[in-house]
Design a protein around this ligand. Structure first.
Ligand SMILES: Nc1ncnc2c1ncn2[C@@H]1O[C@H](COP(=O)(O)OP(=O)(O)O)[C@@H](O)[C@H]1O
Ligand SMILES: [Mg+2]
Length: 438
């Protein structure tokens, strides 16, 4: 099937918007590539350039190794599925699916057979004679998929095809689409702003921000070893805890990561210690996902942080505690809304945070030392981390997983053991600090 290569592709619209900024990306034969990023980061523009609906301003687009910049869309063997998957309302399901074949002059008999095959593969074989208005949202989306598949394209381009559906159906169709596409062996570029969707469906994920490609890799690679602070913040639920730390090297002992009121110590036998030691006297960002943090009994020795629970979020299968550990969080901007899988919960937590701010402002803090709100990244300190518009600071609320409905409440102290080998480090520019590269 078709391979795709973008070489230094930039798209500047006539109004000066740089929608895609020097992107290079390969999609291998039969690969399911997911383009992930917040709304407006340039995903659809990439897709439309691959389809031939937009011309790149500079750079090359290669299909099967051949320069395709000037190839008309109809010669690209591409099928595209959009978010609004417009079906023809006056046609039956069968006619909708068969329409591209009719356009290219395929006779009724073979057309009918192909339509029946595709429909049964999609589990809509029994609704072929219905009109789109008589279908559920999921069935309609399957018809749209069917219409894309029926011409046996070499490449699928899918632009947020599930984002109009409710979450249950979305999860079901995710598995179906990726299963089906793999069965067909068709190379696919699938666009979404939903990180959970990307991680569950992709062979590889390409993460974009403001037209710039941030990282490309398998879900395991980009989740386990994000190339930038942005990717670290974008992937995962709950979001990665990102704490500001100042680095202090003790040559005979360890590299201290001072997090404010507490510190963690990176031993010299950790292979990353030398890379981090390079930042002696400077501030870096330390990332810790909830899975790197385990509640332990008070007084447990080792790599332990002491915190106090600010609030809890109950998700049924687990509860999240958000701890005050006297540290400063780096909040990455333009992540494009809450992490989708916990939309409701995140909404609540925002409200709660708002409640905490109100409490601090009104002085009703219930024994907590009210700390001032951060003033944001307006260069209040000379740190290179104060890059206005990219991230800002606030008192850290460390997300920690607990058993469902734990016997603790807001205000309780909690000791947390930290898996030092699971920490992530980022420099002032938001680039990963690490040894070597994957
Ligand atoms: N025809 C256009 N003219 C000018 N700006 C555009 C046009 N199409 C898209 N853009 C801008 O380019 C950027 C990327 O858009 P798009 O590729 O649609 O992003 P995404 O699909 O990731 O949401 C956005 O800032 C958008 O407003
Ligand atoms: Mg789009």
């Amino acid at each position: 099937m078709t391979t795709v290569a973008l070489k230094d592709v930039t798209k500047v619209f006539p109004d000066g918007t740089i929608a895609v900024d020097n992107v290079s990306l390969d999609v291998n034969d039969g690969e399911f590539m997911v383009l992930l990023g917040p709304s407006g980061c340039g995903k659809s523009t990439v897709l439309r350039m691959v389809a031939g609906l937009e011309d790149p301003t500079t750079g090359a687009i290669l299909l099967d190794g051949e320069l395709a910049n000037d190839l008309p869309p109809r010669d690209r063997r591409i099928a595209m599925v959009f978010q609004d998957f417009a079906l023809y309302p006056h046609m039956t399901v069968g006619e909708n699916i068969g329409f591209p074949l009719r356009l290219s002059g395929v006779d009724q008999q073979p057309r009918g057979e192909r339509v029946a095959d595709v429909a049964s593969a999609l589990g809509i074989g029994d609704v072929l004679s219905r009109k789109p208005s008589q279908l559920s949202g999921g069935q309609r989306q399957r018809v749209a998929m069917g219409r894309a598949i029926v011409r046996r394209p070499g490449l699928f381009l899918m632009d947020e095809p599930l984002s109009n559906l409710d979450s249950g159906l979305r999860a079901e169709l995710r598995a179906e689409i990726s299963g089906l596409v793999r069965e067909l062996g068709v190379s696919t570029i699938y666009v979404t702003h939903d990180q959970a969707e990307a991680l569950t469906m992709a062979d590889r994920v390409a993460i974009m921000r403001k037209g710039v490609l941030q990282d490309v890799g398998t879900p395991t690679q980009v989740y386990g070893r994000p190339a930038t602070l942005y990717v670290a913040a974008f992937l995962g639920s709950p979001r990665m805890n990102l704490l500001e730390a100042s680095v202090y090297v003790h040559l005979d002992r360890y590299v201290a990561l001072n997090l404010g009121e507490q510190a963690l110590y990176l031993p010299w036998d950790d292979i990353r210690a030398r890379a981090v030691a390079h930042y002696h006297g400077e501030r870096i960002v330390v990332g810790m996902r909830a899975e790197a943090l385990t509640p332990v009994a008070p007084g447990t020795p080792g790599d332990v942080l002491q915190g106090r629970i600010r609030y809890l979020e109950h998700h049924g299968h687990e509860s999240l505690a958000f701890l005050d550990i006297g540290a400063t969080a780096i909040v990455v901007d333009d992540l494009g809304g809450p992490v989708t899988d916990t939309e409701g919960a995140n909404g609540t937590s925002r409200l709660r945070r708002f409640g905490h701010v109100m409490q601090r402002l009104t002085g009703r803090v219930g024994g907590e030392a009210g700390r001032p709100e951060p003033t944001g990244g307006q260069g209040n300190r000379t740190s290179v981390l104060s890059d206005p518009g990219r991230h800002h600071r606030r008192p850290a609320e460390l997300a920690v997983r607990l058993a469902p409905y734990p016997a603790v409440a807001a205000g309780h102290p909690l000791a947390i053991s930290v898996r030092m080998d699971a920490l992530h480090f980022f420099d002032e520019r938001g680039d990963r600090i690490d040894v070597g590269w994957r």
